[in-house]
Design a protein around this ligand. Structure first.
Ligand code: BGC
Length: 279
């Protein structure tokens, strides 16, 4: 059985990110939503990016603002260069700067290999990989312009790329998604190497199966849940807050010496659980 104990929401130290400005892409649902709220709980001011469903973004903004920090909703399609540059300009204008980018926006367009259309391939690469590239590039320009402000953070900026266990685990029927996340890993590591001398820290979080709308079919029937839990040694499906906690930690100076690392937050999914009884 999947344990149903509610995820703790009050474990985040309230001053950990005080005075920092964060942008979370795709923050109106799922992992992005929980992460934006987690950053707000940690004392950061948060820009909530969304591409559709303004109402949902507004609700996230309200919940963040209830923690006494600043929040705003910014519409932008992260795969469109002009929209990303406009969003970053607005962030700098309204928040003063950016300290933390969580490049989270992502989607799936699943199909067997020969049924997969070029449009499905392209859409996933555009949002999941090119979107992270564009947001990281624009954030880096601002980190570089501003440099380190010691009262705020030891780093000039932090980029956290939302990857997936599928940067490592091949995934039949999802070649576009798995390829995009493999790309995210190499992009993240290359940027980490390139930007570390400027005190810009680039890292990734690789979630396993987290209960969100993207994978509803994998957990919303008892049979599907049972199949899924067989892949998770820790025997529970992840909560979006599990990812939020990892992001808040990585973004903070507690992890200032962590550079170019992928933190797997997956209940052991990447431990080859099939080998627990075989091999
Ligand atoms: C995917 C989910 C999937 C999980 C584990 C994630 O990256 O978006 O659909 O359940 O990986 O396979």
């Amino acid at each position: 059985m999947d344990s149903t104990v509610e995820a703790p929401r009050d474990v985040i130290p309230a001053q950990l990110l005080k005075g920092q400005k964060a942008l979370v892409t795709g923050a109106n649902s799922g992992i992005g939503l929980a992460t934006a709220i987690g950053l707000g709980r940690a004392g950061a001011d948060v820009a909530v990016n969304y591409v559709a469903d303004r109402d949902a973004a507004d609700r996230v903004v309200e919940e963040i603002a209830a923690h006494g920090v600043r929040a705003a909703a910014y519409e932008a399609d992260v795969s469109k260069e002009d929209q990303v540059t406009a969003m970053m300009d607005r962030m700098v204008q309204e928040f003063g700067t950016i300290d933390i980018l969580v490049a989270n926006a992502g989607l799936q367009r699943d199909a067997g290999f020969t049924e997969m259309t070029l449009a499905q391939w392209q859409k996933v690469l555009d949002v999941n990989l090119t979107g992270q590239f564009l947001c990281a590039r624009e954030a880096t320009k601002e980190f570089r312009r501003r440099g380190v402000v010691p009262e705020v953070s030891r780093a000039a900026g932090k980029i956290i790329c939302m990857s997936s266990v599928h940067q490592l685990i091949p995934w039949s029927g999802h070649v576009n998604y798995a390829s995009s996340k493999g790309g995210v890993q190499m992009m993240m590591e290359t940027l980490a190497q390139e930007l570390a001398p400027e005190k810009i820290r680039v890292n990734a979080v690789a979630p396993g199966a987290i209960r969100t709308p993207i994978n509803r079919s994998a957990w919303d029937t008892p049979e599907a849940r049972e199949d899924l839990l067989r892949l998770i040694p820790y025997n529970r499906i992840g909560d979006p807050e599990d990812i939020a906690h990892a992001v808040v930690g990585l973004a903070s100076d507690l992890m200032d010496y962590v550079v170019g690392t992928t933190l797997y937050v997956d209940g052991g999914m990447t431990l080859f659980p099939g080998f627990a009884t075989g091999g």
